[in-house]
Design a protein around this ligand. Structure first.
Ligand code: CA
Length: 233
């Protein structure tokens, strides 16, 4: 389930957004100031942030800029909300690093459509689309993993880990990035936890001859790669 952080100081709007997002299957956390939003992001990295521009104290715009300049949050998907419809505001919002921009009042259907579009582009593991690489298919809807009819049984963490790898293939992910993106926590969980779950994942994938798709990149982390044609046979 994708985690969405809604940063909005007007409680009626915050409530309306969170009810609709929860109804659409998202897990929602609310924050009413930039400080609180930063606290929530430090605690658990969300899959996406809906960020109001006008907040008491530090503005949403300044917060977006701050997140973009920090290593941990520079890829964090952000949709900016604003009551101001001027074109220059839209430009500064996007300049500050927002992935999309919505002017109040907006319909919740439009917000949902924008959220899905941004997630598809930046965090496809947060959506329920089926993914397939080298014949290995993973269906988040039914939580099934299989290859050529043979099913792979995975625990919930191995499933999330494989889902993340398959939606971000051929890229090296450090243990700390994996903790953030798969566990949502990089502070309280030790990095060797990642190694334990990667080992379990490889053992499970062995059954369908896909264990070597998960590569260890020395000194850097892990990567999921396609099976070469010769090995697929
Ligand atoms: Ca506001």
């Amino acid at each position: 389930m994708s985690r969405i952080l809604v940063v909005e100081d007007e409680s009626a709007i915050a409530e309306l957004i969170s009810i609709n997002l929860r109804h659409a299957g998202f897990e929602v956390t609310l924050a009413s100031s930039a400080d609180q939003a930063q606290y929530e992001v430090d605690r658990v990295l969300p899959d996406l942030v809906v960020l109001d521009w006008m907040l008491p104290g530090q503005s949403g715009l300044a917060l977006a800029r701050q997140w973009r300049s920090a290593v941990r949050t520079k890829e964090l998907p952000i949709i900016m909300l604003t009551a101001r419809a001027e074109e220059t505001d839209k430009v500064s919002g996007l300049d500050a690093g927002a992935d999309d921009y919505l002017t109040k009042p907006f319909s919740t259907n439009e917000l949902l459509a924008r959220i899905r579009a941004v997630l598809r582009r930046k965090a496809p593991e947060a959506l329920d689309s089926l993914v397939e690489i080298s014949g290995l298919s993973l269906d988040p809807g039914t939580r099934r993993v299989s290859r050529e009819g043979a099913e792979v049984k995975l625990g919930p963490t191995e499933f999330r880990l494989l889902h993340f790898f398959m939606t971000h293939p051929e890229r090296v992910h450090s243990r700390s990035q994996l903790l953030d993106r798969v566990w949502g926590d990089h502070v309280f969980i030790e990095e060797r936890t990642v190694d334990v779950h990667v080992k379990r994942l490889r053992e499970a994938l062995e059954r369908v001859h896909c264990a070597r798709m998960i590569e260890t990149v020395r000194g850097a982390g892990y990567r999921l790669t396609q099976l070469s044609a010769a090995l697929q046979a």
